[in-house]
Design a protein around this ligand. Structure first.
Ligand code: FMN
Length: 233
């Protein structure tokens, strides 16, 4: 797959088919992920996949409880995952949140059917900085295989219980950074278009000074590297 297609169309997919992800596909995804940058190349990461039905059932209960906790926070509109960015269009933001709740409800209701749960652990992930490149590589590599998914941190609400269920050696310092629900999507891949455009979220030299070029619509697939944009880089 061409890199821009992967970058533009790797969206969070929450409606997943139960079909299993073959082991060789899983291997390709993780083999790509371990190439990700990480501080000092210490590779203090561990990827734990769960496909055992009984374990998934237990995790599903926790996921649904955790989601209820998250939605209580959402209801106040506060917190890092619900508060709109300064200057954002609040109507658009509310619509995004509404849609996300719809697909999130689907995931919660069908959690047991997700073919593969991938827990990512790290020792001191530096606020996520040390592990999110690998997580994004997982999602991109999965995209190249036609596998979709979503990263969530919901189960961190029950970290101790999850660690116990999965036998995590917490004494060594391992903590859960995120969990990815992975599977073949029911829906179609599309460009992640619900984003504020470059000129609204970028500046040049001083905060708030125009970036220098407007990007009114996603540049891929039609205009990628159109001369006007290419010369601005
Ligand atoms: C740190 C982080 C935590 C996230 N947590 C959740 C989550 O708990 N549940 C969920 O459904 N999506 C979660 N997401 C996915 C975002 O909701 C998603 O990337 C965003 O809404 C944009 O949607 P799109 O990628 O499909 O365009 C998370 C993403 C990040 C980066």
């Amino acid at each position: 797959m061409e890199i821009h297609e992967a970058l533009y169309t790797t969206r969070m997919m929450r409606r997943l088919r139960p079909d299993p992800i073959p082991l060789d596909t899983q291997a390709r995804i993780l083999d790509a992920a371990v190439r990700a940058p990480n501080g000092g190349n210490t590779q203090r990461w561990h990827f734990l996949v769960v496909d055992e039905p009984d374990l998934k059932r237990e995790l599903a209960q926790l996921f649904r409880q955790g989601r209820a906790v998250e939605y209580e926070k959402f209801a106040t509109g506060a917190g890092p995952m619900a508060a709109a960015a300064p200057g954002a269009n609040l109507t658009q933001h509310a619509e995004t949140m509404r849609r996300m709740k719809g697909s999130g409800d689907y995931l919660a209701d069908h959690f047991e059917e997700v073919p593969l749960l991938l827990f990512v652990f790290a020792i001191d992930d530096l606020g996520g900085a040390n592990i999110f490149p690998a997580i994004w590589s997982i999602l991109l590599a999965a995209r190249a295989e036609g596998v979709g998914g979503v990263m969530t941190m919901v189960l961190r609400n029950f970290e101790d219980r999850v660690n116990e269920l999965l036998g995590v050696p917490v004494a060594e310092g391992w903590t859960m950074s995120a969990m990815l629900a992975l599977g073949y999507p029911r829906g179609k891949w599309g460009v992640a278009a619900n984003r504020r455009p470059v000129q609204e979220v970028s500046s040049r030299n001083r905060w708030g000074t125009a970036f220098g070029i407007d990007v009114p619509a996603p540049l891929w697939p039609h205009d990628y590297l159109a001369p006007a944009v290419a010369s601005a880089g």
